[in-house]
Design a protein around this ligand. Structure first.
Ligand code: AMP
Ligand code: MG
Length: 398
């Protein structure tokens, strides 16, 4: 079955085969939406602010009344009242008049600017203004923050504290979000154990690493744990996970070795669509569908499993929840030449050196600590013969 696809081909095949999978939605209180994905655009049904507001403590004025005023020639305006916070003024300002106002207060009718108290003097009911203001100076106009009809929250943009603030301003306290997809995680390998290990055994890393990565992508996780390289055990695990989850990740047992039966099991319970992607790490990646649920076979090597999650599984998650593909957020200049001519798209963990230039973090096979030492990873194109020192590279965050 090892017909190797490019990453783009793999991603688009997954997209095509999972096109009819739509996550359910649920209404959630905004206080519980941090990190969730909105299931629809949220449009502002009102203006924020709902009225013209001052941004300073001082006097609401008609800007034209202050024109030409300066330190030696202050404008003189009658103070006709004070606007209490949280209330609207019950008067209209006419030329020659002003009213006391505090930051955030509502401008009275007729006023179109505010003068900072620092630029005024108050003498016998008269306000002396030492600095002219332009129309709407020191004012946030109605709808300046969020205008009626504006999209306040876009479908597919992960909700952060900033968006929750916007929703609160609009008085929207409950919104529809996608239900968290449940990802089941199975680790395979006769040598894989949790807890105490004997000579020759190694601890299960993938269950925990992939579970955390899945949670970072807004998933819930069903950790099945580690199973032996045994057809019945793997089959039982996969059937159980298909019942419990929306998608399944099986790590290990995905290379073309004699004991590697993951692809056969997926194909016997459903259909395996590919086995092999021209990427490094991550070549022995499997994708199939069992009972209309995607099943991803990941390499056993924890670093490779992580990359396949970040570059393949994440695309599937982004896709069903309408999220844009991950983009590199940092960049830097390579401090060294990086050779590569594998005919595979390559991903390399990197960090900044003492000169703030980018260097690879060397990956000895089987070592997982490389992830925690890295700043992120770079991408080397499939047909590039490496990259030269001095090249600016984009860095994907881990
Ligand atoms: P495999 O894909 O099964 O051939 O595994 C490749 C390498 O990754 C082997 O050295 C395994 O021991 C190791 N490996 C597989 N699964 C895990 C796991 N869950 N945690 C840590 N290492 C693993
Ligand atoms: Mg194995």
């Amino acid at each position: 079955m090892l017909n190797v696809l490019s990453r783009e081909e793999a991603v688009s095949l997954i997209k095509e085969k999972t096109a009819d999978i739509v996550p359910a939605t649920e209404k959630v209180n905004i206080s519980d939406t941090l990190g969730r994905m909105p299931a629809q655009d949220i449009v502002a049904a009102e203006n924020i602010p709902a009225f013209d507001r001052t941004t300073v403590d001082g006097y609401a004025v008609i800007a034209a009344d202050t024109f030409g005023s300066g330190a030696s020639m202050p404008a003189q305006l009658d103070i006709i009242g004070e606007i209490p916070m949280g209330e609207s003024a019950d008067f209209t300002l006419k030329s020659g008049q002003c009213a006391k106002i505090s930051t955030g207060g509502m401008l009275p009718k007729g006023a179109d600017a505010a003068v900072m108290v620092e630029h005024t003097d108050n003498a016998d009911g008269l306000c002396l203004i030492y600095k002219s203001v332009a129309p709407y100076e020191n004012v946030t106009k109605k709808g300046d923050d969020i205008a009626l009809g504006e999209t306040a929250l876009k479908k597919g943009s992960k909700i952060t504290s900033a968006e929750i603030g916007v929703l609160a301003a609009l008085g929207i306290y409950e919104i529809p979000v996608y239900k968290k997809p449940v990802l089941a995680i199975i680790s395979t390998g006769d040598e894989i154990v949790k807890g105490n290990i004997k000579q020759g055994q190694i601890r299960d890393v993938n269950t925990f690493l992939l579970s955390a990565a899945a949670k970072e992508y807004g998933c819930e996780v069903y950790e099945y744990g580690a199973v032996k390289d045994d057809r019945n055990e793997i089959e039982t695990a996969l059937k159980n996970c298909i019942n419990q989850a929306d998608a399944v990740l099986i790590s290990g047992g995905s290379s073309a070795g004699t004991r590697d039966m993951t692809v056969e099991i997926i194909d016997s319970l459903g259909k395996a669509y590919f086995h092999g992607i021209a990427m490094k790490p991550g070549k022995p990646t499997i994708f199939g569908i069992v009972e209309n649920k995607p099943v991803f076979g990941l390499p056993g090597h924890p670093l490779a499993a992580y990359f396949v999650f970040r570059l393949i599984v994440s695309e599937y998650l982004n896709n069903i929840m309408n999220m844009p593909a991950d983009k590199p957020k940092k960049s830097g200049v390579l401090a060294v030449n990086i050779p590569s001519n594998h005919g595979r798209e390559e991903f390399l963990c990197v960090k900044y050196d003492e000169n703030n230039e980018v260097v690879p973090v060397h990956t000895k096979s089987g070592i997982v600590s490389v992830l925690s030492e890295s700043e992120g990873f770079i991408r080397i194109e499939r047909n590039a013969e490496g990259m030269f020192k001095g090249t600016t590279v984009e860095i994907y965050e881990l």
